[in-house]
Design a protein around this ligand. Structure first.
Ligand code: FAD
Ligand code: UDP
Length: 374
């Protein structure tokens, strides 16, 4: 008999939820993680008492009540509402696109005035048929003024290619509202674990053996021998040794900086939407902790600049590039996954999906149900 029932590769949300649920059912679980910490991309490092979102701003938002109740039972959440500010050529604009943004751009005060302006903007765009790319989608949605000021520069920095070569669906994530409402998300539930995301990961992995700085693929045969089944949350192309070629990712570089001021930008997230500077976002982490008045007043603050980067082996693969070529390649890897009966593949990397946290948890809970029954 193997020493463990499950070897879970990766301690991000997918791996941690699966490990937790398996252990709760009496299974023997070992988690291996190649990074020096657990949590994957939601990991927070405490700096001057501030939970720093080490891999970029993470805001939990969902309309899935089961998932919201699940995370709420693990740790308390605050009622943070994400309202990022866009900075373009020295001026600030509200996001997502709403009555505040229209007023700032065009001076339109009522929904009727804003609608007339949007209609006029859209009329300037002459496009037939379905939008073929992100530029066409954006121009139809909001017209040229907003596209130029708030979308084009940001998107081209983020994805490293012209908007005309990007799929339209990327922009579908951004709401358009005819009300004065800067809430970035439409979901029913939204918040941040009080004290940061380690508060969510710790109870999930409580009592479970975790080996850090252990790369599964570098020790695959030895680790496989330890368990009956494997739950794999790393990149799928790497698992199959790139037999069909490499899937494309987009990477990021995070530059963290501590300042001796209590409040540097007055909001957690500022998006820089012009093509320069090279970073897309600046995060001021203490603003996520909205219920901690002492921390907000404390004399230091931590900022993180987020620089998009092209991906190459060795860099973290943060975003899957969901274009037609990569989707076709993915299908080949999914066919190989189906043959691996001893392995459960899951999470953002193994499924190659641009998943938010709630979707990853839902996917892990579905895998748990498939494995153990309801
Ligand atoms: P990961 O967190 O990537 O975990 C996978 C783990 O597996 C990693 O720890 C990795 O080190 C480990 N691993 C990989 N290969 C191996 C190996 N060979 N051996 C051992 N270990 C291995 N979602 C939201 O809901 N709201 C947000 O605001 C939000 N913001 C985001 C901002 C950024 C910049 C990014 C990149 C993502 C954001 N997300 C957000 C998405 C969120 O990070 C993911 O949905 C979630 O963290 C994915 O969890 P996961 O377990 O699938 O993957
Ligand atoms: N986007 C934009 N301007 C902004 C913010 C976002 O044009 O100020 C576009 C951009 O194409 C981005 C997409 O909207 O890739 C999705 O943005 P979101 O903030 O949801 O992305 P994430 O947090 O996942 O990077």
């Amino acid at each position: 008999m193997a020493q463990y029932d499950f070897l879970v590769v990766g301690s991000g949300l997918f791996g941690a939820v699966f490990a937790h649920e398996a252990a709760a059912r009496g299974k023997r679980v070992l988690v291996v993680e190649k990074r020096p910490h657990t949590g994957g991309n939601i990991y927070c490092q405490e700096v001057h008492g501030i939970p720093v979102h080490q891999y970029g701003a993470h805001i939990f938002h969902t309309s899935n009540k089961q998932v919201w109740d699940y995370v709420g039972a693990l740790c308390p959440f605050n009622r943070y509402t994400n309202s990022p500010v866009a900075s373009y050529r020295g001026k600030c604009y509200s996001l997502p696109f709403n009555m505040n943004t229209f007023y700032q751009l065009w001076g339109t005060a009522t929904p009727a005035e804003a609608q007339a302006k949007l209609d006029e903007q859209r009329a300037r765009v002459h496009l037939d048929g379905e939008p073929r790319n992100l530029e066409e989608q954006a121009l139809r949605l909001v017209g040229p003024d907003i596209y130029e000021a708030l979308i084009r520069g940001y998107t081209e920095k983020q994805w490293g290619r012209p908007c005309r070569e990007l799929p339209a669906f990327i922009i579908n994530r951004l709401p358009l509202r005819m009300i004065y409402d800067n809430n970035y998300f439409n979901d029913a539930y939204q918040g941040i674990p009080i004290g940061g995301y380690n508060r969510l990961i710790e109870p999930l992995l409580d009592g479970i053996e975790v080996r850090l700085e252990t790369d599964y693929l570098a020790h695959k045969a030895a680790l496989d021998a330890l368990a009956d089944k494997v739950v794999y949350t790393g990149t799928t192309d790497a698992y199959f040794d790139y037999v069909h070629g490499a899937l494309e990712y987009r990477s990021l570089r995070f530059a963290h900086e501590t300042l001796d001021v209590p409040n540097a930008q007055g909001v957690a997230v500022v998006n820089y939407t012009d093509s320069s500077p090279a970073y897309t976002r600046v995060i001021e982490h203490k603003h996520f902790e909205i219920t901690n008045a002492d921390l907000l007043a404390a004399p230091k603050t931590v900022l993180t600049r987020e620089y998009p980067a092209s991906w190459s082996p060795g860099l973290e693969p943060y975003y899957p590039v969901n274009n037609a070529e990569n989707q076709a390649l993915l299908q080949k890897y999914l066919a190989l996954q189906a043959q691996e009966t001893r392995v459960i593949f899951g999470g953002r990397l193994a499924e190659y999906k641009y998943y938010d946290m709630d979707k990853v948890i839902a996917s892990a809970l579905a895998a748990v149900e498939k494995e153990f029954g309801a």
